[in-house]
Design a protein around this ligand. Structure first.
Ligand code: NAP
Length: 291
């Protein structure tokens, strides 16, 4: 039995789909407010709970052999990115789990002080490595599925809002490729007890994204490039009313102001370990947007 957290999210939903296609039994950890009917239709067990509750985590982990931690944090890195994962690891040990897959983030080890999510992910990585469990830690770059709403807006308006340096490099990964890597991690020997950076096959500049949209929709892009100090200004203003949100926005600012790409060697290593060719962003977009 697999336990998947974040099963209604961009990665988790695809992971459950793949596991069910392979007829694996899957327990999905969802909130009562989540949209989980697709998971039910695919034959996954539904465990309703909240990852802020240790009791819920304890119950959800009973009798599972594999845990895939793919939940997000809704701006509460301490409770969800950190505490919930530590509790999942403890329960994995208590239940003799065979393999734990943890979705971290590219750059988790760079020591960004102002980014609670990155700090929590690094602390969990270290805890998992010291746990004695078999593990795979995946550090993805940006997900292609996040760009789908922006592509839809571009299709209608031709507009693309680019915040920060247009020359910053990124290697957006196909969310379907990432899900496949997650699922294969529990069986592929080369993925056992590894930390792997996961990016797409190309190193893109952020300004390449509206160019790709333009090719996909045959439409001239109108790029609005907002400098980072606009985000900083908004963040400071917000801080006057809500210091907690201001802190959480540190992760967002870190994402906007730094480069998140995999080297050619890292990508080649990934393709070798998992034995398939990674998909480009353009191919992903064309598949989903039927163009
Ligand atoms: N998106 C990216 O570009 C990216 C890049 C690198 C790493 N990552 C990491 O990958 C992981 C998954 O990202 P994603 O984009 O697939 O996530 P996502 O689409 O934002 O989904 C987040 C998931 O977490 C669940 N969740 C949030 N709070 C919860 C709680 N208190 N109890 C139970 N479930 C809760 C959500 O459930 P609901 O349906 O109830 O909201 C949802 O299923 C995250 O750890 C993220 O840090 C993401």
């Amino acid at each position: 039995m697999f336990l998947v957290t974040g099963a209604t999210g961009g990665i988790g939903r695809r992971v459950v789909r793949l596991l069910r296609q392979q007829e694996k039994s899957v327990r999905t950890f969802v909130r009562l407010t989540s949209s989980y009917s697709e998971l039910e239709h695919r034959g996954a067990d539904i465990f309703i709970g909240d990852l802020r509750s240790e009791k819920d985590i304890e119950k959800a982990c009973q009798g599972v052999q594999y845990i895939i931690s793919a939940h997000g944090s809704d701006g509460d890195a301490l409770s969800l990115d950190y505490r919930a994962n530590i509790e999942l690891i403890e329960q994995a040990k208590a239940n003799g789990v065979q393999h734990f897959v943890f979705i971290s983030v590219l750059g988790a080890d760079r020591g960004y002080e102002d980014a609670p999510v990155f700090k929590a992910k690094r602390a969990v990585e270290q805890y998992l490595q010291a746990s004695g469990l078999n593990y795979t830690i995946l550090r993805p770059a940006g997900l292609a599925s996040n760009l789908l709403p922006l592509a839809e807006r571009f299709r209608e308006t031709g507009l693309y809002l680019l915040v920060g340096d247009p020359k910053n490099r990124t290697s957006i990964v196909s969310t379907d490729d990432l899900a496949r890597i997650v699922v294969d991690s529990v069986t592929v020997e080369g993925a056992r007890n590894q930390i792997l950076s996961v990016g797409g096959p190309e190193i893109l500049l952020r300004e390449d994204i509206p160019r790709i949209f333009s090719r996909v929709f045959s439409k001239e892009p109108i790029v609005i490039n907002s400098p980072l100090f606009v985000v900083d200004g908004l963040r400071s203003a917000l801080g006057l009313f809500n210091p907690k949100t201001q802190k959480a926005l540190g992760t967002y600012r870190t994402l906007l102001s730094n480069e998140f790409f995999c080297t050619k060697e890292e990508t080649a290593n990934l393709e070798r370990i998992f034995n398939f060719k990674l998909e480009t962003l353009e191919s992903f977009l064309r598949r989903y947007l039927a163009v």
